[in-house]
Design a protein around this ligand. Structure first.
Ligand SMILES: [Zn+2]
Length: 133
């Protein structure tokens, strides 16, 4: 599977990771079908935000409500590894539910996308596209 991501979203992910450093940034990836068109940054409410993340539950509730009202769908989650690679850590693998959501991870030098499948994380290739706004 390959996905599309707008250049605006990629830039927003980089900015969020930079701003949160040395803590992990996190947020929600929204869009339609296989195209991510929006990033909503969320508070990292984990007690150890330097090495873990937990997306503010209110942000998830808001995103589901907005989707029900006809807004873009929740496609996945984003978080950063301020001092690690752009791939799922052991903690991430333990937390993953295999629900086929997209995980974007910003490492020290790059952003990578992963598919959370029942059998484990698989890398997702992505194409950058221009957003409409
Ligand atoms: Zn992680």
């Amino acid at each position: 599977m390959a996905i599309k991501v707008t250049s605006e979203v990629l830039e927003a992910l980089r900015e969020a990771a930079k701003r949160a450093d040395p803590c992990e940034a996190c947020g929600l990836l929204l869009g339609e079908a296989v195209q991510i068109t929006r990033f909503v940054e969320a508070s990292n409410v984990h007690a150890s935000p330097e090495t873990h993340f937990e997306i503010d539950p209110q942000a998830l509730i808001d995103a589901h409500r907005a989707a029900r009202m006809g807004g873009p769908k929740l496609l996945g989650y984003f978080h950063s590894h301020p001092k690690g690679p752009a791939k799922p850590s052991q903690t991430d693998q333990d937390m993953a539910s295999g629900d086929e959501m997209i995980w974007a991870i910003a490492g020290e030098s790059e952003i990578a996308f992963w598919h959370d499948l029942p059998e484990g994380f698989r890398p997702l290739s992505y194409a950058m596209v221009d957003g409409q706004n």
